[in-house]
Design a protein around this ligand. Structure first.
Ligand SMILES: Cc1cc2nc3c(=O)[nH]c(=O)nc-3n(C[C@H](O)[C@H](O)[C@H](O)COP(=O)(O)OP(=O)(O)OC[C@H]3O[C@@H](n4cnc5c(N)ncnc54)[C@H](O)[C@@H]3O)c2cc1C
Ligand code: SF4
Length: 484
């Protein structure tokens, strides 16, 4: 009997996981497992069309299948300069649409990328990057997250002099300060960010544009500018009592943890929200020794951010395995303080009422008040884009969407000539691979704008939009139908 089943991905024991801030929940494939799994792929490349960054997935899976992970890494580098990171934490919508889904399970695309990338300590040895000539243009990148790093890499390998400004003491953006180390190890960040920087990127850490250097100086001092400042401004709920010392926004909480702080969260923790940030905060709290950790979300399980997708289901499964509880359809409305600390959280249960557009709206049932003891509250209730680092004259020139994000054209350029933008501050997917894709587009746009396309090496240009017939939305629809 032929066996088309997906090669099993093993997980660490949750009891061991929650004792450690660095133990990865998901174990790596061995060489023979990777070859066996990759051999299931039929190379149709339907998945590529759902990948925001249009990676040649069929191509690189085939390289692993024939025992050539170096070629896998080379193909991934056509569009993406950090395969080991994406191989761990990508939203992998490609797998949701994979044609093998109903024939033994989707190809483990993300996991195979991790395997191939982890095979090599130094990508320089397999990529054979040609010696580049400086082509006389300078570009500033503001923000050292995945989008800024991708732009810095693809511009640098073309001989553009890139200066990367980052306000924090470390690069990585939310890869460093949001995603915890047990999901994304520090060695992996160091290896991949280190390789990008080694292409000649001039990095200015602890440099907050708008405070340490004016935006005007940057715009006038460079031939083009790429803004990739993300969505970093915390959005707090404003619930009465939220000024207490034991209430933090999730991104502040996770950032402090990422720089090594050990936060005393006590025994009872409530996390408000439902996406990546809520799950990571809850799982981190468990690792700090909390006993009762609840994620409170105001809508239904099926309405949570990121769903429908296999990634959202896997994330929830891992969170539950780590002893976190979800509370759906609840509205916290008061944090009861004693002195400067919250001791209880009051909430209503919601009823979901269908609205005209087909979306269910949470309506709190206020006749009954529920209460829960808390030692710490973490609000994972979203972030906003903050462009206040720009002077007013530029803010007036910058055309924004009603949601306050800069409008960019098909080359990634804003309404200010020579000013490009991408990543969380302009796209609505708000994931790593979309931040990469925005940077790929802007790199092409910047090189065109600088009028240097005749001097660049074409095989080092990120490839955009391979065979776009399906999309991330198609992948989500496919997953919703398949998991019904
Ligand atoms: C907790 C958490 C978990 C996540 N998990 C996942 C996941 O598993 N998979 C996934 O695909 N996505 C995940 N995401 C989303 C993903 O991290 C983001 O989509 C991605 O990081 C956005 O990249 P970016 O480069 O646009 O911005 P960011 O990563 O936000 O980076 C922006 C950078 O700009 C810097 N900056 C801001 N303003 C200035 C200034 N004025 N001067 C200088 N520097 C400045 C910031 O300090 C920051 O380093 C997660 C996000 C969070 C918060
Ligand atoms: S859709 Fe599945 S089978 Fe087709 S190329 Fe992608 S991974 Fe391979």
């Amino acid at each position: 009997m032929l066996n088309f089943e997906r090669v099993k991905i093993s997980h660490e024991d949750p009891k061991k996981r929650v004792e450690s801030f660095v133990l990865e929940p998901v174990k790596e494939y061995s060489g023979s497992e990777a070859v066996a799994e990759a051999s299931r792929c039929i190379g149709c490349n339907i998945c590529t069309q759902a990948c925001p960054a249009s990676l040649d997935i069929g191509g690189y899976i085939n390289s692993t299948a024939v025992g050539d992970p170096a070629q896998t890494v080379r193909i991934v580098f056509e569009n993406l300069p950090f395969p080991a990171i994406i191989g761990r934490v990508c939203t992998h919508l490609c797998e949701d649409i994979c044609v093998m889904y109903d024939t033994g399970g989707p190809i483990a695309i993300r996991h195979l990328k991790r395997y191939a990338a982890d095979t090599f300590a130094d990508y320089g040895e397999i990529l054979n990057l040609p010696k580049k000539k400086f082509i006389g243009k300078k570009v500033a990148v503001i923000g050292g997250g995945p989008s800024g790093l991708t732009a810095a890499y693809y511009l640098s390998v073309q001989g553009i002099k890139v200066t990367l400004f980052e306000k924090l003491p470390a690069l990585g953006g939310f890869m460093k300060t949001g995603i915890p180390r047990y999901r994304l190890p520090q060695e992996v960040l160091d290896k991949e960010i280190g390789f990008i920087i080694s292409q000649g990127v001039d990095v200015k850490l602890n440099t907050d544009i708008g405070k340490d250097i004016t935006f005007d100086e940057i715009l006038k001092g460079y031939d083009a500018v790429y803004i990739s400042v993300g969505n970093q401004k915390p959005h707090m709920t404003g619930t009465p009592g939220s000024d207490a010392v034991n209430v933090l926004h999730a991104t502040q909480f996770l950032r402090r943890v990422s720089f090594g702080e050990r936060i005393d969260v006590g025994k009872n923790v409530v996390v408000i929200g439902g996406g990546f940030t809520a799950n990571d905060s809850a799982r981190t709290s468990i690792r700090f020794g909390a006993k009762n950790v609840y994620i409170m979300y105001r809508r239904r399980e099926i309405d949570r951010p990121g769903y429908p997708s296999m990634n959202a289901d896997e994330e929830m499964e891992e969170t539950i395995e780590e002893f976190v509880h979800y509370m759906w359809e609840v509205t916290p409305f008061e944090y009861v303080k004693e002195g400067d600390r919250v001791i209880k959280l009051r909430y209503w249960q919601n009823e979901m009422v269908m609205e005209a557009g087909g979306r269910a709206k949470p309506v709190p049932q206020k006749d009954k008040v529920h209460e829960i003891d808390v030692d710490f509250i973490i609000e994972a209730t979203g972030q906003e884009t903050d462009y206040t680092f720009m002077e007013d004259e530029y803010l007036r020139m910058l055309r924004l969407t009603p949601q306050g994000q800069p409008i960019i054209n098909e080359a990634g350029m804003t309404s200010i000539p020579g000013l490009f933008s991408g990543g969380d501050s302009t796209n609505s997917n708000r994931d790593l691979i979309s931040a990469v894709r925005d940077a790929d587009r802007a790199v092409n746009g910047i090189l065109n704008y600088l009028n240097v396309m005749d001097q660049v090496s074409e095989d080092r240009l990120p490839i955009l939009d391979r065979w776009k017939k399906y999309s991330t939305t198609s992948a989500k629809r496919a997953y919703a139908e398949r998991s019904r």
